[in-house]
Design a protein around this ligand. Sequence first.
Ligand code: HEM
Length: 419
Amino acid sequence: MAEDDVLARKDAFFGHGVVSDPYPKLAEMAAQCPVHSGTYSSYFDMIGAEDILFPDAEQISVLSFDGVEAAFKDQDHFSSSCYEASLGKMIGRTIIEMDPPEHGRHRQLLQGALTKREMNRWEEEFVRGIVDRTIDAFIERGVADLVGDFALHYPLKVIAAACGLPETDVASFYRWAAILTNVSITPVDREEAAAEFGEYLAGAVTDRRTTPRSDLITHLVEAEFRDSAGRQALDDAEVIAFLRLLLPAAAQTTYRTLCNLLFGLLSHPDQLQALREDRSLIEAAIEEGLRWQPPLMSFGRTTVSDAEIEGIPVAAGTMVNLVVGIANRDPNRWDDPEVFDIRRPPQAHLAFGSGPHVCLGIHFARMELRVALEQVLDRLGDLRFAPEAEGMAITGLGQRSPAHLPVFFTPSSPIGTSS
Ligand code: HEM
C-alpha cells in the first residue's frame, strides 16, 4: 500500500471529514445521563474500532469527568486487557494492555527512560534542532500548511533521534504506525507491517546490546531492578513490542495535539497575541488545547467483575468506552467548557488518561509541544490563517485534528541569530 493511501484510509476510518463537531450531541447526552449503552461511534452512525473488535460484547460509554476518571483509576474492576485484541495482537504484549502486578513491574522498568531530566537532555541535544530544521524548510515562503509542512512529521523525526535511528527511515515509520493502528485494514496487511517493523527494530536492539549508546533503545535493553520475584528486565521481544507501541502512541497523538492547539490559537488571534506577549502562558495554552480538543476521543476498559460508574451498575465483562473528549468538557468542572480559553484557571484534564496507566510519555509530549510552540512564536511573525482556511475545522471522531492549516506569516530570525 502506498503511504498516501494508508494515511487516507486511516483518516477515513477515524471519521475525518465525516464527523465535524461531535461535542454538541455528546454534551446533550451527558446532560441526560453520565453513562449510555452502546459505543460512542454508534451515536454518530459510525463503526468504530470497538464495534469491530468486540461485536458481541455489551458496550457502554462514559461521558462525565468523574465517571471516566474513576474508571481510569480503578484497576481492580476495570482491566486494560481489551488492548490485547487491538494493539497487542499486532505489536506484541506491551504495558498498555497489562493489569497489576505485571503492569507495575513494566512501568518501573520503562519510566526511567522518559523522565523530565532526560527530556531536558533530549530538548537540547536534538528536539530544538529538528523543529528548527523543519521550519527552515518552509520559512522563506511566508506561506505554509502547518499540518503537512510542520506538525505531521516532526514528532517521528524526534522519536527516530531518541532511538538513535536514521531520520531517513521516518517515512516507513509513519506507514507502519498508520497500518498497525487501523483495525479496518486486513489482518494480513497489518501482520505484514508488524513483521517488517519488528525485523527492522530487531537489528537495532541487537546492536545496542553489543554496542550501548546514550539512546532510548539502549536505556530499554539495560533497564533492570530487583524485587521479591528476582531480577526484572526486558527481553528483546518486550523491547521490540514497546518500540512498536511508541510510534502510534507518540507520533499520532503529538502531531494531532499540536495541530489542534495551533487551530485554537489561529482561530482566536487575541489569544495568539497574548501568548506572544506573555510566554508564561505557554504551558496553560498546551493544557487548554489538550482539554478542548484531545487528539484521541476515547479509551477502552473491560470490567473484570460487577462494578459501578457514577452509581450506575455495570456488569462484569462489559466493554467500557471512557470518552475523554466529552469528559474534558464536563460543565460541573469547567465554565463554558466548549470555549477555547488559555487563561482558564488550571485544572487537571483527562487527555493523558489518569491513574496507573496515565501517559508514560507525558513529559515527552509536553516538552515537544512546548518547543514547537516556542519556535513557531519565535520564527513565524504575524502568523494568521490564509484565505483557503475559510471553513476549515477540526474533524474526526476516534482521532481528531484539522486536515490542513494554511497560514501566512512574516519570517523572523530565531532568537540569538538576529543581527
Ligand atoms: C499529546 C500527546 C499524547 C497524548 C494525548 C497521550 C495520551 C495517552 C493516554 C490517554 C494514555 C492512557 C491510555 C489508557 O489508560 O488506556 C497514554 C498511555 C501511554 N502513552 Fe501517551 N499520549 C501522548 C504522547 C505520548 C508520547 C510522546 C509517548 C512516548 C513515549 C507516549 C507513550 C505512552 C505509553 C507507553 C502509554 C502506556 C502507559 C501505560 O499503560 O502505563 N504517549 N497516552
